[in-house]
Design a protein around this ligand. Structure first.
Ligand code: GLP
Length: 240
């Protein structure tokens, strides 16, 4: 695990964006795994800004979404598909056929998604956030290291954390890449910002291979980069 301690939230975000843009410039057909959540909102803003400024062509990249809620209607404003379309695909002028979203409306969606990932040749860079309970994607506590894309039941803690994004009923389930699916990516970049994540980062530092905190399964990935802002790193004893 490679830990990057940043001096500010904006530096943490810019570290990840710089890596993405550098990689895409050198590998125009890059396959990137995208994550959602509030943490990622400023990351997409900076990514778009810098890509436009430097005229970095993303026209041959392909993007896989990490997870999606089950049971939402097509085009639902709180779906992760809408999130990515609004915050990334449309502003950057990318085509929708450059994106794969977990087909959460299909019974065989999990198997189809795994097949699509295989056909793509694999993800080069997987972006990740972390839930306060240690979830990655929607791999909630109890998820196993060998888990692959599947329908998962959301915990009450996760539903509570995301409820504000829903006007009506909050979904109970999601289709998420599994831990083993995430571990297949060639490199993992986890961005963690804010005080609310300090306890889970402390837990992550002190445990490994612990289903109570699924993020711990990522620690032995050969290219796992954990980028922290000072608030997220405030409960651990590491110096810049
Ligand atoms: C979400 C997503 C995760 C995300 C996490 C943290 O619901 N499924 O991919 O990393 O929870 O979200 P936030 O950045 O809003 O804290």
């Amino acid at each position: 695990m490679h830990i990057v301690l940043s001096e500010s939230k904006s530096e943490a975000i810019s570290t990840v964006v710089e890596h993405l843009l550098d990689f895409i410039s050198r590998h125009p057909t890059a396959v990137i795994g995208l994550a959602t959540g509030r943490t990622m909102e400023p990351l997409y803003e900076l990514w778009i800004l810098e890509a436009q400024k430097r005229r970095i062509d993303h026209g041959r990249c392909f993007f896989f979404m990490l997870d999606e809620y089950v049971g939402l209607t097509e085009g639902h404003p709180s779906s992760f598909k809408s999130y990515i379309e609004k915050r990334f695909q449309a502003p950057l002028g990318l085509r929708l056929d450059q994106f794969a979203f977990p087909p959460a409306h299909l019974e065989e969606g999990a198997a189809m998604y795994e097949e699509l990932l295989k056909q793509s040749g694999g993800i080069d860079i997987q972006l990740l956030g972390i839930g306060t309970n240690g979830h990655v994607g929607f791999n909630e506590p109890g998820s196993l290291q060998g888990s692959r894309t599947r329908i998962v039941r959301l915990t009450e803690e996760t539903r509570e954390a995301n409820r504000s994004q829903f006007d009506g009923e909050m979904p109970r389930d999601a289709l998420s890449m599994g831990i083993a699916t995430i571990l297949d990516a060639k490199s993992l970049w986890m961005l963690v910002t804010g005080k609310s994540k300090a306890p889970v980062i402390k837990y992550l530092m002190n445990h490994h291979d612990d289903p109570d905190c699924p993020a711990t399964f990522l620690k032995f990935h050969p290219h796992f980069n954990l980028v922290l802002d000072p608030d997220a790193a405030s409960s651990i004893n590491l110096k810049i």
